[in-house]
Design a protein around this ligand. Sequence first.
Ligand code: MG
Length: 217
Amino acid sequence: MTVVDPLTSEPKNIGKILCIGRNYARHAAEMHDSVPKRPVIFLKPTTSLIRSGGSIVLPPISSDVHHEVELVVMIGRTGRSIPEDNSLTYVAGYALGLDMTARDLQSEAKARGNPWSVAKGFDTFAPLGDFVPANEIADPQDIKLSLQVNGEIRQDGHTRDMIFTVSYLIAYCSRIFTLERGDLLYTGTPAGVGPVFQGDRLEAMSHQLPTLEVTVR
Ligand code: MG
């Protein structure tokens, strides 16, 4: 899938999609989980992406699909072992995203010690909003993000509450994966996650970022 590149305004193919789990203490608590000492990383396939205006398709093998509103970072240039104090210069732009999660399948995977790829990787499970160029965001740790379902606020968070900051996450991830232009980083969700149902209308909002609106079918 292509998006508008925040650096060039040209269409840009999305590369790999890195995601961070449990990056807000209150979300870890609501999942009855501990606060991680190191970032919890998983990946989604690019086939899980949909744009604003699209529809999330509920998979028949799950009966408990949850919304997770997140700040999404697009990487702007290739880097490996990026120093943390310089890592924000590798960001092309920021957007809102949803890390849709089949919670029942994830709980089963956690209990068995299995990967989360199925619970997180279904088609349509990575809605993605439009990007704002990085130079228009003074501080990625000063962004409010919220999620409404059918007009009712469910998640209301602030990126200052991240356990691992964006600059730390880019540096950390780049020691494992070479980061490339067009890669995405979903940075974890604040508290308030919950189920979505057929016909729901989801709106992810922030003062600084374009609204992401999707429906569930
Ligand atoms: Mg998440």
